[in-house]
Design a protein around this ligand. Sequence first.
Ligand SMILES: Nc1nc2c(ncn2[C@@H]2O[C@H](COP(=O)(O)OP(=O)(O)OP(=O)(O)O)[C@@H](O)[C@H]2O)c(=O)[nH]1
Length: 476
Amino acid sequence: MRSRYRKQIIFITLIISIGFSISAVVTYSREKGEAEKRILEESLPLIGDSIYTEIQSSIMNPVDIATFMAHDSFVRDWVIDTNSNPATIRRYLRGIKEKYNAATAFLVDDAEKKYYTDNGKQLTLHPNASRDAWYWRVLADPAIYELNLGKYQENDSLLVFANEKIFDDDGKVIGIVGISQELHHFKKIIDKYADKYNNDIYIFDQSGNIIIRSSHASSPPHFDFNSMNAAIHQNETIPHNFLLQSTATERIVGIRKLPGSNWYLAVEEDVSETLKNEKKSMIETLLVSIISSIIVILSTTGLVYNTQKKLFAAATTDPLTGLLNRHAFHERIRRQRKRHGDQAYLLAMIDIDHFKAINDSYGHQFGDEVIRDCARALSEEAAGGNILARWGGEEFLLFAPQPNGCDQISCQQWLDKLRANIAARRIRCNGMEIAVTVSIGYALAKNGVQWEPLLEMADQALYAAKQAGRNRVMAA
Ligand SMILES: Nc1nc2c(ncn2[C@@H]2O[C@H](COP(=O)(O)OP(=O)(O)OP(=O)(O)O)[C@@H](O)[C@H]2O)c(=O)[nH]1
């Protein structure tokens, strides 16, 4: 019975543990996915946003200056007035260049296609000259301003040009004005933010060429800008974040278009460490919950097991002697007979003689001790495959399968020895000492005989033993 409970508890513990492990694995993979998503969609875009905002304002600064120039009434009046003096616009452009620390400041008068610069240069633009193609490109572009990369005509150095259209009161383009900044200037800005946020920063043109990259950024980058282009073009106003996973690292790249230009800002970050830390803390949390669950499962099953054990003992044993009670005795014999079939056996009913007188003379407590001592003596004598129970009051029942020799003489001798041993004992309680005797009635069963009628026969034999003077063994 006990081993059955143990098996059940092991089974339940296993089921709970397997269930918990499965749910732990599922939780871990879900949490991992959510952690990656959180980093991808929340934490890193926030950093990306601030880098973007800061870089955008630095890079867009030339556009702001060009916008200011295009709306300056002096510039507009100068272009509209056909008798304007070139020297005045040169002074104006020089002032702008110095004030904003630009590489160049320029203006194109559309009517004459004349190009004026801060250093006094004055050129005429030709639609067929590749050098001047930028002008017709900006005119054809519906955007009011444009940011592009070009070469400084004097020394071939790369410059970033901010071109803004100048309109007359009727909304007609009358010229283009703007400034240029050296590319180096932007590189410094990019490096500053790359160092500040420990990222790699790139600016691409729409064909995927790198215009500027931060000093430590790899070239080519870890991602393929062109393959991401399709997603970016669907909505150019929002940031696009991509998770790049390889066996060695996990990186995230956020790409946005810089407004008014065909340039894209890409911020790439190695998130392996961040994800590793997230995963580590997730595993720690899971381990803690697994350990505490195991403790709870073990202590609960231990508690259940002990309670079951106590309940089982209370239901099957006699509290005074610890012997089997009637119900458990029946159950044991039923199982015994089921296991071994009909075999020869002996059924003996044992009753303490004059027990009422013992109770009356020495008290109930002494009486209890007498019952306990007889139970001990019977257990010692009837050990082995025999089944012993307290049948009630001062009465015991002994079931002995395959008794010695299975004949009456040897059974009689065995039971008589048992009786004599009890009679020879001295029972002590509260400083008093007495001897007791028992009477025994027994019946022997051959194959196929039911044990209930045998019980009746043993009872009658016991009655006969009592009648015959007690302290004796009688067969049915
Ligand atoms: N101390 C104690 N007494 C019990 C217990 N159960 C039954 N008794 C008493 O046992 C006594 C049995 O008395 P009887 O059935 O008259 O039998 P007896 O006095 O042993 O006489 P014989 O069997 O004829 O020898 C009764 O007084 C019961 O109250 C028990 O658990 N403890």
